[in-house]
Design a protein around this ligand. Structure first.
Ligand code: NDP
Length: 484
């Protein structure tokens, strides 16, 4: 690019900057001046460059690509991204768990394997690991587990004694610790490891039938691991080895891919299975539930901006689309809360409006405002409303999981008991408790309020509303509104 073609530096407000290198001073050797706004902006912005790093999975790398479903799985799920032949854009983030933002990629650790599918019905996030199980089965223990793997309070250092203290006091950790201390604890690259949804999820088909499922993304590159010595040597030689490998592979025009295999358990079989199928420390043996190949995940595009597309990528297991639901897996249920909570803290309440996080399908929610809001819904600002705002569509979900797995989970309307009506008690209050003066004031207050701005149609609805509570009250409101 010739010098004439280079853009002019500006402030972040777009105003041409007077200099990239020299501060404004009072005379050639004089002190710098507060009115050098560009200098002040540079310093202030720099001080705020970091968002809080993730407490877990801080060091991560990722890429974009697509998922293509090549099997007809409609007998198990109605999720649109799993329609045969459907191709869905994805972003994937791989990570270590315990290390900080600058830690070595090849450290012994499980690896995060987080996927965001930009489906036509909103984002579906599958936030898994390179292992099919986890150290614990109850989210009550998660915070303590992570504390034991991070740093001591006194020395600020990690402590192997503390790690083994937690593990040996938590025998449910043995399965995952076996993976961790095998060579799969030091994968050679992100490309040469499998990914697992780990949790048990629920798939629901168009007939409302529920199936419990587990996701296995099997690497098409083949499993390759480092030995302990190789991993340690690479940590010293190139702490960014996994990030570099993924980036350079894709930059060289190669793809990385995984085949998705599903284990599928009809919901009715869960109750009498020989162990708890929702226990995150256990796999389902393949002999019991043979994996079925259904699709292919391909990574083929590097981020252009690591911070914007990978560091600020926010995955949340609660992002489930119609046809995919949670399960009684306690760890999964705990994560439904903790992920969006940490994103609100780490990135800000409107993190879902960032380009990497925003769905490619339209958003029509009544959520609004807040720090850094970019797009804001207009009127009407509430539901239910009579003015054409978005309406929920229960039909898309059906009640498959709720009915078959836990009959007590429901979104049914309130009226379940004989006396569950809305008007008896306010009517009693009006007739039997309020004094004559109270009743007059009530009518006067309602009428005065409605007269200030309610439309003719709304006036009639208000009259009907009060008639349902008490006929006399309705008549008096009607009269007050000039209806004789
Ligand atoms: P299978 O023999 O049918 O499956 C064994 C599984 O282990 C395969 O998925 C294999 O797939 C994986 N595996 C192979 N070598 C290793 C290794 N060095 N470290 C970790 N995993 C490896 O038996 P089961 O389904 O009955 O499972 C037996 C044990 O295998 C389980 O207790 C569990 O520890 C482990 N396992 C089971 C999985 C499951 O979902 N059933 C998944 C992964 C491990 P691959 O090499 O492609 O990963």
């Amino acid at each position: 690019m010739s010098d004439e073609q280079r853009p002019v530096t500006t402030t972040d407000a777009g105003i041409p900057a007077p200099s990239d290198e020299h501060s404004l001073t009072a005379g050639p050797d004089g002190p710098i001046l507060l009115q050098d706004h560009y200098l002040i902006q540079k310093m202030a912005q720099f001080n705020r460059e970091r968002v809080p790093e993730r407490v877990v999975h801080a060091k991560g790398s990722g890429a974009h690509g697509y998922f293509e479903c090549f099997e007809d799985v409609s007998k198990w799920t109605k999720a649109k991204l799993f329609e045969k032949g459907k191709r869905t854009d994805v972003v994937v983030r791989f990570s270590t768990v315990a290390g900080e933002l600058g830690s070595a990629d090849t450290a012994r650790d499980p690896r995060g394997f987080a996927l965001k599918f930009y489906t036509e019905e909103g984002n579906y996030d599958l936030v898994g690991n390179n292992t099919p199980v986890f150290f614990i089965r109850d989210p009550q223990k998660f915070q303590d587990f992570i504390h034991s793997q991070k740093r001591r309070a006194d020395t600020g250092m990690r402590d192997h004694n503390m790690q083994w203290d937690f593990w040996t006091l938590s025998p449910e950790s043995a399965h995952q610790v076996t993976f961790l201390f095998s060579d799969r604890g030091t994968p050679r690259t992100h490309r040469h490891m499998n990914g697992f949804g780990s949790h048990t999820f629920t798939w629901v088909n168009a007939n409302g039938e529920a199936f419990f499922v587990k996701y296995h993304f099997k690497t098409d590159q083949g499993i390759q691991n480092f030995t302990d010595a190789e991993a340690k040597a690479m940590a010293a030689e190139d702490p960014d080895f996994h990030r570099r490998d993924l980036y350079e592979t894709i930059a060289a025009g190669q793809e990385a891919s995984w085949t998705l295999e599903m284990q599928i358990m009809p919901a009715a079989e869960a109750e009498n299975y020989r162990f708890n199928p929702f226990d995150l420390t256990k796999v389902w043996p393949h002999a019991d539930y043979p994996p079925v190949k259904i699709g292919r995940l391909v990574l083929n595009r590097n981020p252009e901006n690591h911070f914007a597309e990978i560091e600020q990528a926010a995955f949340e297991p609660a992002n489930l689309v119609p046809g995919i639901e949670t399960s009684p897996d306690k760890m999964l249920l705990g994560r439904l809360f903790s992920y969006p909570d940490t994103h609100r803290h780490r990135i800000g309440v409107n993190y879902l409006q960032l380009p990497v996080n925003r769905p490619k399908s339209p958003v029509h929610s009544y959520n609004r405002d807040g720090a850094m809001r970019y797009e804001n819904p207009g009127d009407p600002v509430y539901a239910p409303n009579s003015y054409g705002g978005p309406r929920a569509d229960a039909e898309r979900y059906g009640e498959g999981y709720h009915m078959q797995v836990n009959g007590r989970l429901t979104r049914s309307p309130y009226r379940l008991h004989p006396d569950d009506d809305d008007c008896t008690q306010p009517g009693t209050l009006y007739r039997e408790v309020l004094s004559q003066t109270d009743r007059e004031h009530l009518v006067g207050n309602i009428v005065g309020h409605v007269k200030q701005g309610a439309t003719d149609e709304m006036r009639q609805r208000v009259i009907d509303y009060w008639r349902n509570v008490d006929a006399d009250l309705g008549a008096r409101v009607s009269k007050g509104l000039g209806n004789g």
